[in-house]
Design a protein around this ligand. Structure first.
Ligand SMILES: C[S@@+](CC[C@H](N)C(=O)[O-])C[C@H]1O[C@@H](n2cnc3c(N)ncnc32)[C@H](O)[C@@H]1O
Length: 227
C-alpha cells in the first residue's frame, strides 16, 4: 500500500494515543522481555491479532462484533495505521474497549508478544510478493510461520483471506509443511458457510467489487515442531 506521507502524521497518531500500544521494548534502551498483552486492555479476554491491518475496517468490525475478545491490529506503515486509529476513534462511543493498535513490523512479533499469548491470528490480503526472490517477504513464509507458532497458544488458529491464488496455494503448501491442520478452506468465501459472519476488509471490498472470488483458509498449528 503506497501512500503519500501524511501531513501532521505524528500529531494525528498522538491524538489517538489511548488506542495505541507503546510496547516497553520499543521504549527501553536495553532489550526488554515482552509484556503481557492483556495489560493493554481493561479486562483480560482471548486475544486476536491482525497483522497488516491497513485502514482498519476488519479490526474495527470484528472488535464490535466480538466484544468477548480483545483485538490488536498491527500495521507496519505509520501513516496507514493513522487512518485505522482515527477510524476506531470515531467509533469510540459505540465500540467496546477491546481494540488496540500496534505500529510495527511482524518480524518483531517475538519481541512484542510472549510465547503462547495469542489465541487467533489473521492475515488479510497480505502483499503477495509474486517474485520468488521476494518469497521471504510473504507473511506466510516459514520465517513468519515460526513466529506465529511461537506467539500462538498451542493449537492456536491462523485465519487468512486473499484474492491472490498464487499466495493462497503457496500458503497452503507452507501450512502442510508445518503440519498444520486445515479446518476450513474455500476459493469462494462469499459463497461459503462463512459468508454470513465474514467482515470485509478495504481490499476485500475492492476486489470482490471487481468480481474477484476471495480465497480463505483457517489452519491450526499442531503441538509438534516440524519446521
Ligand atoms: C495489501 S495491504 C492489505 C490491508 C488490509 N489487510 C486489507 O485487507 O484491506 C497489506 C498491509 O499489510 C502491511 N504489512 C505488510 N507487511 C507487514 C509486516 N511485515 N508487518 C506489519 N504489517 C505489514 C502493509 O503495510 C499493508 O498495509
Amino acid at each position: 500500500m503506497r501512500m503519500r506521507k501524511k501531513k501532521h502524521g505524528a500529531e494525528r497518531i498522538a491524538a489517538c494515543a489511548e488506542l495505541l500500544i507503546q510496547p516497553p521494548c520499543a521504549l527501553a534502551a536495553e532489550p526488554a522481555p515482552p509484556a503481557d498483552p492483556q495489560n493493554w486492555f481493561p479486562v483480560p479476554r482471548p486475544l486476536h491479532l491482525e497483522i497488516g491491518c491497513g485502514k482498519g475496517d476488519f479490526a474495527v468490525g470484528m472488535a464490535a462484533a466480538h466484544p468477548d475478545c480483545n483485538w490488536i491490529a498491527m500495521e507496519r506503515v505509520a501513516d496507514v495505521a493513522c487512518l485505522a486509529l482515527e477510524k476506531a476513534m470515531r467509533q469510540r462511543d459505540t465500540r467496546p474497549d477491546n481494540l488496540r493498535f500496534l505500529i510495527g513490523d511482524a518480524r518483531r512479533l517475538a519481541e512484542l508478544f510472549p510465547a503462547g499469548s495469542v489465541d487467533c491470528l489473521y492475515l488479510n490480503f497480505s502483499d503477495p510478493w509474486p517474485k520468488s526472490g521476494h518469497a521471504r517477504r510473504r507473511l506466510t513464509h516459514p520465517d513468519f510461520l515460526r513466529l506465529y507458532r511461537l506467539i500462538l497458544r498451542p493449537n492456536g488458529l491462523l485465519r487468512m483471506k486473499t484474492d491472490n491464488r498464487g499466495l493462497f496455494d503457496y500458503s497452503l503448501e507452507q501450512f502442510a509443511a508445518f503440519g498444520m491442520t486445515v479446518e476450513f478452506q474455500t476459493t469462494d468465501l462469499h459463497h461459503s458457510d462463512h459468508a454470513q459472519d465474514n467482515i470485509m476488509t478495504e481490499y476485500e471490498r475492492s476486489f470482490s467489487g471487481q468480481g474477484q472470488a476471495i480465497c480463505s483458509v483457517w489452519a491450526r498449528f499442531g503441538t509438534e515442531e516440524t519446521q
